[in-house]
Design a protein around this ligand. Structure first.
Ligand code: AMP
Ligand code: ZN
Length: 472
């Protein structure tokens, strides 16, 4: 099936043509492991997961490389400010290395909860310092660098005529618009390739280099690791939209002099998850993690479902109202899948029907990752009385592979929970609640309901009396 994607470089939706038939290699900028990733970050990782699943279901062999930024970079794009890893280490009174491990572990736990397929390779920046130094050396030999004494080795953006093409920026405009500063940079857009350690203090992370002890600038790791693990040219590079004008622009400037043009065939950028005051970010303090959602009783799949109801190129507002609506929508779909699972035995799968629906969903998503429209087709399928339960169930196996929403797993849990009988002490609580209700002691009845709830059960009042259902 044809796959179409919006390419930031050409600003058009283009038909995807692989470099090698049947294969797709992509690189995504990964987490900086100095703190928990929030659900805004997770939106971008879910988008990459959908991209990957869409290619897999189209028969591609996908290779996904995602870096782990565990090196002590500075907090701004301009290579100034505090070192994030050292900041994290000071905050938690741990070494920078332990901080990195702690947040790699929590990141993996969160992407697993969201059913995100792990990348094929997850290289760490600190394991690839020689590769980064080698690229800086190459750029030096090609005449793209200069040194600012006491500061570092910088990339001279005036030597790269295409600088700014990704963001549609014009170099002379960029130069004209920026203030003159005393940083020693030749052009405001120049950026660090290698930073020197201060002479009066030892940094927690620093390495020897041909230019002196220091640490890499923050863009070079992505050029070095993508080429190491995907080859000199590869198909797709993805990331959040804030990376277009600096980080990815600088990655291109570093890479194309080394490998030729184009280094990457398609650039795909994701829009943000917004909280009340704009982009959800750690610095605003107004953020939530996947664990926060779980602690509030949400299934991570409800959040994933909420994300898929939007489009990756549109900002998405987060609110608990929207999440509640998504959770209810998701649950009612799970209930339907549980019914298909019960009714499916004995009826054969209708092959033609299966193929028609399969192709409809796959072609919808393959058109620039239209997840919301694909979910509309899923709803149509649920409602279509002409499709039998076994065909619907088989299609949900495909839907789970494509969208990663774990419908079948949750449907099974629901069925298991509904068939489980409550232990005697929970039954006793429910009986006491029925008695309290009969005595019109509503406060006591509510108190007992809360106790039942806390023990992992829900009491549902039916025409035949109170029923206990295990929570999933
Ligand atoms: P960081 O750890 O800050 O480098 O971020 C990891 C990834 O999350 C990057 O690709 C960012 O573009 C992305 N990201 C950060 N904040 C948001 C947000 N509010 N919505 C969507 N993606 C985000
Ligand atoms: Zn990157």
């Amino acid at each position: 099936m044809t796959i179409r994607l919006f390419n930031t470089m050409t600003r058009r939706i283009e038909e995807f043509k692989p470099l090698v038939p049947g294969k797709m290699g992509f690189y995504s900028c990964g987490p900086t492991v100095y703190w928990d990733q929030h659900i805004g970050n997770m939106r971008s990782f879910v988008n990459s997961d959908i991209l990957k699943r869409m290619f897999i279901e189209n028969g591609y062999d996908v290779r996904h490389v995602m870096n782990i930024t565990d090196v002590g970079h500075l907090t701004s794009d301009e290579d100034t400010g505090e070192d994030k890893m050292e900041k994290g280490a000071a905050r938690e009174k741990m070494s920078v290395w332990d901080i990195a491990q702690k947040y790699i572990d929590s990141f993996l736990r969160d992407i697993d909860s969201l059913n995100i397929i792990r990348p094929t390779v997850m290289p760490r920046a600190t394991d690839n310092i020689p590769e980064q130094i080698a690229q800086v050396k190459q750029l030096e030999e090609l005449g793209f660098t200069y040194e600012i004494p006491g500061d570092g080795i910088y990339y001279d953006t005036s030597k790269f005529p295409d600088y700014g093409a990704l963001g549609g920026q014009n170099l002379s405009e960029l130069r004209g618009g920026a203030r003159i500063d005393d940083s020693g940079k030749k052009n405001p857009t120049d950026f660090a390739l290698w930073k020197f350690s201060p002479t009066d203090k030892k940094r927690a992370m620093e390495w020897d280099s041909p230019w002196g002890v220091g640490f890499p600038g923050w863009h070079i790791e992505c050029s070095a690791m993508s080429m190491k693990y995907l080859g000199k040219h590869f198909d797709i590079h993805v990331g959040g939209q804030e990376h277009i004008k600096v980080h990815h622009t600088d990655e291109i400037a570093q890479s194309e002099p080394i490998v030729g043009k184009p280094w990457v065939n398609y650039w795909v950028h994701y829009e943000w998850l917004l909280s009340k005051d704009g982009k959800m970010s750690k610095s605003s303090g107004d953020f939530l993690t996947v664990q926060d959602l779980i602690e509030r009783g949400y299934d991570p799949m409800a959040y994933r479902y909420m994300l898929l109801m939007g489009h990756y190129r549109q900002p998405l507002d987060f609110s608990f109202e929207a999440l509640d609506a998504a959770a209810n929508g998701y649950k009612s779909m799970v209930r339907k899948v549980a019914e298909f699972a019960k009714d499916k035995d004995g009826t054969p799968i209708d092959k033609n029907m299966f193929n028609a629906w399969h192709d409809k969903m796959l072609s919808t998503i393959s058109d620039n990752m239209k997840t919301a429209e694909t979910l509309v087709v899923v709803h149509e399928l649920i409602k279509d009385a002409n499709v039998n339960a076994s065909t619907k169930f088989a299609l949900f196996e495909f839907i789970d592979r494509l969208l990663g929403l774990q419908f079948i797993d949750r449907a099974k849990k629901l069925t298991d929970a509904e068939s489980e009988t409550a232990p005697a002490e929970i039954v006793a609580l429910a009986d006491a609640r029925t008695a309290a209700k009969a005595a019109r002691d509503w406060a006591r009845a509510d108190e007992l309901r809360a106790q039942i709830d806390a023990a992992g059960w829900t009491v549902v009042d039916t025409r035949d009396g109170a029923k206990l259902v295990k929570k999933i």
